[in-house]
Design a protein around this ligand. Structure first.
Ligand code: SF4
Length: 428
């Protein structure tokens, strides 16, 4: 079952002038239909190959297509070959202008939009989203100040945190039907003195509507026990935290500045601070950097098994376009395929790190996932989560997510066995 619905589509649908009938086709839950005068397709790097196929199907039927989202905004030259118009940046402020051009038969190939200010209230058209998702979704901020080298959020959304006014969030909370929320913000806490105060007010607001919620945050969410306590008292189930690595050299090489600056505060301490307030943790780690060897990956596996991270999430470093990691590896001629996102399937391994081969990395990661997917580790983790959170529902949820995460990772490693073994991989 999919976790949460594509909120961005509901926001864009709400931005379309009232004179138009708008429907959302969500391919997670329904087939694409072609009963429309103009189509808009939103895609990230993982879904862009499929998005291009869908664009071709609309254009084959002579239905104009507008393409937007993270990937087309960064790779607009590539995207413009597949669509009648590409929207670069936030889409909210663009529709009136774009649809006027469409009506006048003068659709432009490229629309650059300004960064959207949340001062204007847009009530997402959640009524157009499928109700088959497990959670509802909510956005409270866009942008991230940390600008990590492997992430395109700062480039796409900016370094300033654009907070949505609490009054607007409250209107959305009144409109929500689901009582469990995934907060889609890339970083709910941001940085700076105001961020903690703002976070506490936001958490209290969420609590006043009696929703249960989970969110992504940088490690500074653990700086102030009062922030964590307010989160827990107001419905927080878990935080997704990007630890990325136990090795300070890796943090430095990825420009994970905040974590590097806190290198003397081990992951274990941050985990403890969050657990002490009764909140569970999905902890994310990246492997496949130039500092990784089979031994460092095994050591990470040991750390995860011994630590109390409730839901481990180990990912392979992927050079997304628009990131400095991508630019560097491409400049160094190390990518197996410069446009790996057009391959089918999209490969898990896109370049060879210096100190480990792809085959070694796959084998070592498979060993790790087999261990974490096991019943013994699962039960141990469940009991620890119970101990910290005193909540059967949080522990059950964490266990289910842990098992699903590790099994998905294992399936991906197995299915990817022939897709990404190096330069001889499938060409586009
Ligand atoms: S802290 Fe997270 S959201 Fe922000 S730039 Fe780094 S990886 Fe991206």
């Amino acid at each position: 079952m999919n976790l949460f619905p594509p909120l961005a589509l509901a926001v864009l649908a709400a931005s379309v002038p009232d004179a138009y009938d708008t429907v959302i086709i969500d391919e997670n839950v329904q087939p694409v239909s072609f009963d429309c005068d103009i189509a808009a397709v939103s895609a990230n790097t993982y879904s862009i190959r499929r998005a291009y196929e869908i664009c071709a199907a609309f254009r084959h039927r002579r239905i104009p297509v507008v393409l937007g989202g993270n990937h087309p905004s960064i790779m607009y030259d590539e995207a413009s070959a597949h669509a009648d118009a590409v929207v670069v940046g936030d889409g909210e402020g663009m529709w009136e202008h774009l649809l006027a051009d469409f009506e006048a038969n003068r659709l432009q190939p490229l629309y650059h939009s300004e960064r959207w200010s949340f001062d204007q209230l847009i009530m997402p058209r959640r009524d157009l989203l499928s109700r088959s998702y497990r959670f509802s979704s909510l956005e409270t901020v866009r942008g991230c100040p940390f600008d990590c080298d492997f992430c395109s959020v700062t480039r796409f959304h900016g370094a300033a945190s654009r907070w949505k006014p609490l009054a607007h969030i409250e209107k959305e909370l009144k409109d929500l039907t689901g009582r469990t929320l995934f907060i889609v913000d890339d970083n709910i806490i941001g940085a700076g003195q105001e961020s903690g105060q703002r976070a506490r007010k936001l958490f209290e607001l969420l609590g006043s509507y009696r929703v249960k919620w989970m969110a992504q945050a940088s490690i500074n969410i653990a700086d102030d026990p009062e922030v964590l306590r307010t989160a827990r008292d107001n419905g927080c189930r878990f935080f997704f935290i990007g630890f990325e690595s136990l090795n300070p050299e890796v943090l430095k090489s990825l420009n994970k500045r905040l974590n590097f600056r806190r290198k003397d505060t081990p992951c274990r301490d941050i985990v403890k601070r969050i657990h002490d307030q009764g909140i569970s943790i999905m902890g994310s780690f990246i492997v496949g950097t130039d500092y990784d060897t089979p031994e460092t990956i095994r050591a990470l596996g040991e750390f995860i098994a011994d630590s109390s991270i409730d839901i481990p999430n180990v990912t392979v470093l992927t050079p997304y376009p628009g990131t400095r990691v991508y630019d560097r590896l491409r400049r160094e001629g190390r990518l197996f395929n410069d446009k790996f996102w057009l391959m089918d399937p999209v490969p898990l391994f896109t370049f060879a790190p210096s100190m480990i081969t792809v085959a070694e990395m796959r084998t070592t990661l498979l060993e790790m996932t087999e261990r974490h997917a096991g019943i013994f580790q699962g039960m141990k983790s469940f009991l620890k989560t119970m101990q910290y959170t005193h909540s059967l529902s949080i522990a059950s949820f964490s266990l289910a997510e842990r098992l699903m995460n590790t099994r998905t990772a294992r399936d991906r490693l197995l299915s990817d066995a022939h897709a990404s073994d190096g330069p001889a991989s499938q060409p586009v």
